[in-house]
Write a protein that binds this ligand. Structure first.
Ligand code: NAD
Length: 485
């Protein structure tokens, strides 16, 4: 077990909460208490922000990309050296299916720290625009890229390593210093990161991690005048509050929010292959992924066939122990989240829908926050279960009347995060992919996820991009300099 999981990383030290308080973290598959985390206070947050401010203003961190790259590679290597412990912790605390820890739940974001390190070294920090005669004055002009300053990073529980590292990696590579406020449901994932980071050469104050059971700590991070930028991932409702509170001190705000993405099957697609993938995607990590496609749009003439095929795959996948290598759908994170998902299941029936698969708790599991993979049929896109983010293993299947109608339905959503299209004709697939207003689209099962790929949303799914060069540049300011030519 990694030491220091009950501590916060503040100014280079692993510390208990200033109050001495702790809160419990649970295993969502068994409901057992795993242990406790430091219950950070506003005093702890104040110290963390002060340390980050000092490290940014007074240290060399912001001016030394090569050293930053060295530290990020060290962090990657140290996390990889502890990957067995991190994997077990992630399965136990997040309820993440084991197979997913080999991908976005652990291994991929750790590996991507190296990509951020490489970018810090290869990035064009000073662009020579050459000479010109603005206002008749012969001048030589440059554009500099500089770190934005102190970053307040606020993250959710569903993919804690992925989201913590997709903020910390690029922010540190850019030369910012960071105060991370993780979700109270998964404090150990962040505490483990803090304990491992402390063993690297990352200077004191550059990375601070304040776990707390108090959501007000996140709110305080978005109002503190010493913070230059808030990088937030979470629900759209909280994102709105963060943006409003950041307005007071005119912070830059970067938001990754919710989604209700469409999986579009065109009439020439292989229906069996497409519906299998749609079912698998909706079940992955019990649907607790913002980019998961949760509306399945199928040709009206093949609706019943699509419902039967999708339901069969969802039933075969079932909900299982996240420790098992074959499990795709583990538990939901908490009793609260299960109640939320179950309230949407009740709503689906009230709205006139029917369950083609699932619809409740798996009878064979008397412990853990499990919900059966559930397919809702018989509704159109106006139903609330087709419009609102449920964040459970719940897929709603909707009929469409051709390519244009499928695009119309896909776009008839407050969200615009992700999507998928399946067709035998690449031209038709591309036309649909271009027409859907979302930040990412998969064609015929192509996978867009990766450290070098910008990820983020249109509309109520967010502002800005995480990962890729665009994600790195979120953490930069632009400065123009001129001198006489
Ligand atoms: P949440 O919005 O409840 O909480 C997210 C974080 O915000 C937590 O750390 C929480 O403590 C903090 N917080 C709560 N109130 C706050 C406030 N007033 N000011 C500042 N911070 C505050 O979200 P959640 O339930 O933890 O996560 C699930 C949501 O996250 C889903 O809606 C999902 O779609 C979204 N999500 C989005 C992405 C993306 O990249 N777009 C990725 C993962 C999750």
């Amino acid at each position: 077990m990694i030491d220091g999981l009950d501590r916060n990383l503040i100014d280079g030290d692993l510390l208990p909460a200033s109050s001495g308080g702790t809160f419990e973290t649970l295993n969502p598959a068994t409901e057992e208490v795993l242990g406790v985390a430091a219950d950070g206070t506003s005093e702890d947050l104040d110290r963390a922000i002060g340390a980050a401010r000092r490290a940014f203003d007074e240290g060399d961190w912001a001016r030394d990309p090569a050293f930053r790259a060295h530290c990020l590679r060290q962090l990657r290597d140290a996390m990889q050296a502890r990957s067995d412990e991190l994997r077990e912790l992630t399965i136990a605390e997040v309820g993440a299916p084991r197979f997913l820890t080999g991908l976005a739940q652990l291994d991929s974001p750790v590996e991507d720290l190296g990509w951020a390190a490489d970018l810090a070294e290869s990035y064009d920090w000073k662009t020579d625009l050459g000479a010109a005669k603005p206002a008749g004055v012969p001048s030589h002009r440059w554009v500099l890229k500089e770190p934005a300053g102190v970053v307040g990073a606020i993250t959710p529980w569903n993919f804690p390593h992925q989201i913590n590292l997709a903020k910390i990696g690029p922010a540190l590579a850019a030369g910012c210093t960071v105060v991370l406020k993780p979700a109270p449901d998964t404090p150990w994932a962040a505490a483990a990161l803090g304990a491992i980071a402390r063993e690297t050469d990352i200077p004191a104050g550059v990375l601070n991690i304040v776990n707390s059971s108090d959501h007000g700590i996140g709110a305080a991070l978005s109002t503190d005048p010493r913070v230059d930028l808030v990088s937030f991932t979470g629900s759209t409702a909280t994102g709105r509050k963060v943006m409003a509170s950041a307005a007071e001190t005119l912070k830059r705000v970067f938001l990754e929010l919710g989604g209700k993405s469409a999986f579009i099957v065109l009439d020439d697609a292989d229906l069996g292959a497409a519906t299998s993938l749609a079912a698998f995607t909706a079940c992955t990590h019990a649907g607790q992924g913002c980019a998961i496609t949760t509306r399945l749009l199928v040709p009206r003439a093949r609706y019943d066939e699509a419902v039967d095929a999708t339901a069969a795959t969802m039933e075969a996948l079932g909900a299982g122990d996240p420790n098992d290598a074959g499990t795709v759908c583990g538990p939901l994170i908490s009793a609260r989240q299960r109640e939320r998902v179950e309230s949407y299941l009740r709503l689906a029936i009230e709205e006139g829908g029917r369950f083609a698969a699932g619809g409740g708790r798996p009878p064979e599991r008397d412990r853990g926050f499990f919900v059966q993979p559930t397919l809702i049929a018989g509704l159109d896109n106006s139903a609330r279960v087709a419009r609102e983010e449920i964040f459970g293993p719940v897929l709603t299947v909707i009929a469409h009347d051709g390519d244009d109608d499928a695009v119309r339905i896909a776009n008839d959503s407050p969200y615009g995060l992700s999507g998928a299209v399946h067709s035998a004709d690449p031209d038709r697939a591309w036309a649909v992919a271009r027409a859907v207003r979302t930040g990412t689209m998969s064609i015929n099962g192509g996978v867009w996820y990766g450290g070098d790929v910008p990820f983020g949303g249109y509309k109520a799914s967010g502002i800005g991009r995480e990962m890729g060069v665009a994600g790195f540049e979120e953490y930069l300011e632009t400065k123009a300099i001129a001198e006489p030519a």
